[in-house]
Design a protein around this ligand. Structure first.
Ligand SMILES: Cc1ncc(C[n+]2csc(CCOP(=O)(O)OP(=O)(O)O)c2C)c(N)n1
Length: 566
C-alpha cells in the first residue's frame, strides 16, 4: 500500500495538489487512494484522512467524500446555497485568477524610473461580469479558486494575488506547455516560498555589497574622467544577484560557474564576482594614459582588453569553494553565448569513461545579455535552440538580461518588435521573470526561484533585470543628446544604494553613519590600491613580472586572468 503517513507525507501532499488540478496526472494507485471511500483505509491512514478532510473543508476534491472516519465525522462546513449570482461570481473569480497569472506582468511596477505599466482590463474585478464588488468577492470561497496565496475568500486573497503578480516582480509562465512546470511555478510563486524576507544581517550584507558596487564605479569615473568604463550604475543589484547565484550553485553541488557577458558592468563583475584585484583594473586604466603604467609590468596594461579579458577566481561559499570563470569575449555581442555553453558542457561531462557521463549539477552556466542584443543577435536564438537537445544541454542556463532600457542610443521601441527584450525566450518554453532593479530584495529572491526551477526541471530560465543607465553608453558620449528626458529624470533619481540605505535606517537595521561608512571604506580601499600602484611606476619590474593579484571582497581566495579576445 502506498505510504501516506510516513516519510512520504510531503510527497503525498504534492501529488494530492496535482490530483486536484488534474486527476489523470497522478499514478493510478494514488488516484485510487485519493478516491477511496473505504473507511478502513482512511482509518488506518491518518495522513490520507487529513488530506481528504482538507479537501472537504477547502479544496473541492473530485473524489466522493469518505463514508466514515475522521473526515466523515467532522461537522459539515457551512456552505452558502448556490445561487446563479454566486455561480457567476465564481466563474468571474476564476477568470480573474487566470488573468493575474497570464497578464499580471502588464500591471507590474518594473521600471525604476516609474513609467506607468499599461495594465489590462481583465485584471480589474469591477470590470468583470458579474462585477466582482468587494461584497461579492467576500462570498467567493478562496479554496475553490485553487490559488496558493493565503485567504479564506477572494476578498482576502485578491490583494495578495495582486501584490504577487503586479508588484516589483512579474512572471511570464503560462506560455509553458508542460503542465507540471506551470503548476510548480504557480505554487512556488504564489506561496512566496522563495520570497522570504532577508534577515537583518543579510540586509546589511546586501547594503555593503551595493555600496561596494557603486563606490567602485564612482571612483573610476573621478580618477579617469572620460575613459570608457561601461558603468553598471542603474543595474547595481546585478552583482549581489550573481553572488547569490554562485552560492546557490555551490549549495547544489556545483564545482564551477561558467559566465559570459559583454561590456556592461564587466569591470564591476571582474572585481567583485571574479575577485580581480583593484590594482589590476586600475593598472589597465592607467595604461591608457601613461607609458609608465604600461612598462611597469611585462604584461602591459594598455587598457584595451578590460572589456574582453577572461578571468577565473575561486570563491569561498558556506557550501565550500567554487570556481567562477568569465569567458573571454570579442566585441561581437552575444558571440560568447555558445562558447559558455560548450565550456559548461565540457565541465559537466566526466570523460574518464568512454561513455562521457553528463551531470548538469557540476557546473552552472550564466549568461548576461544586453536588452538590445538579446532580441537583436541571432546567436541568442541559436544558443536557446541547443538548450534542450540531449547532445548540447547544460541542464539549464541562467540568463540575466541587464536591461538598462537603451541600446547605445536606441530606444526599445526602435530596436525590437516585441514588448519585452526577453520575448524570444517564450518560444522555448522558458519561464521569464522580470524584476525591478531598484528592489534589491525582490531581485535576490528571483535568483533563488530561478535556480530552484533549473534544479527541478534542468531548464533555462530568463531573468529580465529592469534598470536604467545612469550615464552614457561608455562615458565618452553625452546621454542627454539622445535621451534628454530620461537623462534628466535619472539625474534626479536616487541610487539603489541610497534608497536601500534609507530603508534600512528606517527599519533600524543600520544607522546613517554605518551606511555612510560602508561606502567610505571602499573608496579608501580603492585610493590605497591606486596610490600603491602609482608608486610602482618607474620602479624596476618584480622578479617574475606578473600582475599582482588580490581579493576584491574577502570571499575570493584566488584569481587568474585567462587570455583575452579581440
Ligand atoms: C554584433 C554587434 N553589433 C553591434 C555592436 C556595437 N555595439 C556595441 S554596444 C551596442 C549597444 C548594445 O546595447 P545593449 O545590448 O542594450 O547593451 P548596453 O550597452 O545598453 O548595456 C552596440 C550596438 C557590437 N559590439 N556587436
Amino acid at each position: 500500500m502506498t505510504d501516506v503517513d510516513g516519510l512520504n507525507a510531503g510527497y503525498a501532499r504534492d501529488l494530492f495538489e496535482e490530483y486536484l488540478e488534474n486527476p489523470e496526472a497522478v499514478p493510478s494507485e494514488w488516484r485510487l487512494l485519493f478516491e477511496s471511500g473505504d473507511s478502513e483505509i482512511v482509518a488506518t491512514h491518518p495522513g490520507l484522512a487529513r488530506l481528504l478532510e482538507a479537501a472537504a473543508n477547502g479544496h473541492p476534491a473530485p473524489a466522493p467524500a469518505p463514508a466514515a472516519g475522521p473526515a466523515a465525522t467532522a461537522p459539515p462546513p457551512q456552505v452558502e446555497p448556490v445561487s446563479d449570482e454566486l455561480l457567476g461570481a465564481v466563474a468571474a473569480a476564476m477568470a480573474l485568477v487566470k488573468a493575474h497569472r497570464m497578464h499580471g506582468h502588464l500591471a507590474a511596477h518594473l521600471d525604476p524610473l516609474g513609467s506607468e505599466p499599461p495594465g489590462d482590463p481583465a485584471l480589474e474585478p469591477e470590470r468583470l461580469i458579474p462585477k466582482l464588488t468587494p461584497e461579492l468577492q467576500a462570498r467567493v470561497p478562496a479554496a475553490v479558486l485553487r490559488m496558493y496565496v493565503a485567504g479564506d475568500t477572494l476578498a482576502d486573497a485578491l490583494p495578495r494575488l495582486s501584490a504577487t503578480y503586479t508588484g516589483t516582480i512579474a512572471y511570464e509562465i503560462e506560455h509553458i506547455a508542460d503542465h507540471e512546470k506551470r503548476v510548480w511555478l504557480r505554487q512556488a510563486i504564489e506561496s512566496g516560498k522563495y520570497r522570504t524576507p532577508l534577515s537583518a544581517e543579510k540586509k546589511k550584507e546586501l547594503l555593503a555589497r551595493l555600496s561596494r558596487v557603486e563606490a567602485f564605479e564612482q571612483y573610476l569615473r573621478r580618477a579617469f574622467l572620460g575613459q570608457k568604463q561601461f558603468s553598471i550604475e542603474g543595474l547595481d543589484v546585478m552583482v549581489p544577484m550573481l553572488d547569490e547565484a554562485i552560492e546557490l550553485a555551490a549549495e547544489n553541488g556545483a564545482h564551477e560557474v561558467v559566465m559570459g557577458m559583454a561590456h556592461r558592468g564587466r569591470l564591476n563583475v571582474l572585481a567583485h564576482t571574479l575577485g580581480l584585484g583593484y590594482d589590476s583594473i586600475l593598472r589597465e586604466f592607467e595604461g591608457e594614459r601613461t607609458i609608465e603604467a604600461v612598462v611597469a609590468t611585462d604584461e602591459g596594461g594598455t587598457g584595451d582588453v578590460k572589456y574582453h579579458l577572461g578571468a577565473a577566481g575561486t570563491r569561498s561559499t558556506p557550501a565550500g569553494d567554487i570556481t567562477v570563470t568569465l569567458a573571454a569575449n570579442p566585441s561581437h555581442l552575444e558571440a560568447v553565448d555558445p562558447v559558455v555553453e560548450g565550456r559548461a558542457r565540457a565541465e559537466q561531462t566526466d570523460r574518464s569513461t568512454r561513455y562521457g557521463l553528463h551531470d548538469p549539477n557540476v557546473a552552472l552556466p550564466m549568461l548576461i545579455h544586453g536588452d538590445a542584443s538579446f532580441p537583436g543577435q541571432g546567436g541568442v536564438a541559436e544558443t536557446l535552440n541547443l538548450s534542450a537537445l540531449e547532445g548540447y544541454s547544460t541542464g539549464g542556463t541562467l540568463h540575466l538580461i541587464a536591461n538598462n532600457q537603451v541600446g547605445f542610443t536606441t530606444d526599445p521601441s526602435e530596436g525590437r518588435s516585441t514588448r519585452y527584450s526577453s520575448d524570444l525566450a517564450k518560444g522555448f518554453d522558458v519561464p521569464i521573470i522580470h524584476v525591478n532593479a531598484d528592489d534589491p530584495e525582490a531581485a535576490m529572491s528571483v535568483v533563488s526561484l530561478a535556480l530552484a526551477f533549473r534544479r527541478r526541471f534542468e531548464s533555462d530560465v530568463v531573468i529580465d533585470l529592469v534598470g536604467y543607465r545612469r550615464h552614457g553608453h561608455n562615458e565618452q558620449d553625452e546621454a542627454a543628446y539622445t535621451q534628454p528626458l530620461m537623462t534628466a529624470q535619472i539625474a534626479e533619481h536616487p541610487t539603489v544604494r541610497d534608497q536601500f540605505a534609507k530603508l534600512l535606517v528606517a527599519e533600524g537595521v543600520v544607522t546613517e553613519d554605518e551606511g555612510d561608512d560602508l561606502f567610505a571604506q571602499v573608496t579608501s580601499e580603492l585610493k590605497q590600491a591606486h596610490e600603491a600602484l602609482k608608486a610602482t611606476f618607474g620602479a624596476p619590474l618584480p622578479a617574475e613580472g606578473k600582475i599582482p593579484f588580490s581579493s576584491g571582497d574577502g570571499v575570493v581566495t584566488a584569481v587568474w586572468p585567462i587570455g583575452c579576445g579581440s
